[in-house]
Design a protein around this ligand. Sequence first.
Ligand code: SF4
Length: 259
Amino acid sequence: MSSKMLKRDDSGVLHVVALSGGHDSTAMSFLLKKREPRPYNYVCTPTGDELPAMFAFWRWLGSDAGLGSPLVPIMGGSLKNLVRQEGMLPNFRARFCTRVLKIEPYRKFLMEQAAVGPVVSYVGLRADEQGRAGGAYADIEGVSMRFPLREWGFGENEVQSALADLGVQCPHRTDCARCYHQRIGEWYELWRDFPEVFDDAVADEDERGATYRTPGRDSWPSSLREMREKFRAGLIPKTSLARMGRERMAAGGCRVCSM
Ligand code: SF4
């Protein structure tokens, strides 16, 4: 990526905000802009498998009505191509997608930019999740990491009230459409609202002879083909959106993809 697309401050420091579009990174980005005005560079790491609401939200965030500076996508390839290259589906035991499509490209980007001048990377980890690490970037020479939500003592409640005050509503899913972390209710919504994407995920499973979902996790079939039959037969999972999100995170949902 050309450094000309990026803005450094008067001291030559590049301020990079990792913005997934989830609640935490969105609240952090708006509050940083307000509390610590400086030229920020907002970056996201799309996989090409996000739902339309996610792309629309990224566009809005980059507009003058949002953060006023277009997001810079850092691409490490697409989920679809990665599955072909690896010859397997990502799942709970093989979490290669986040590493290859998000962590490694962001690390490469930081290294390239640190070779030009100092970089500060802002990450939206909250004060109420102290156990979580901030990514494998702090060792890069010339890169310093900041966790503003932690510095401000912001937990989930503070993030939610900041978003309410700002009048910002994040999409309820910021992950990949076919992410193996999603809950049954989210698979149902994917089948109902984006049947062509669901069918494509069924084709992935047929092609690889494997399933995105780990077998035996609940009473629903692990195979999306069988799950689709149940949906077609009128079986509808009863879960609220908020509960689905909480369940996804409690089950080890990918923090890099949802922050
Ligand atoms: S959202 Fe899910 S499928 Fe997409 S990169 Fe993250 S863990 Fe992998």
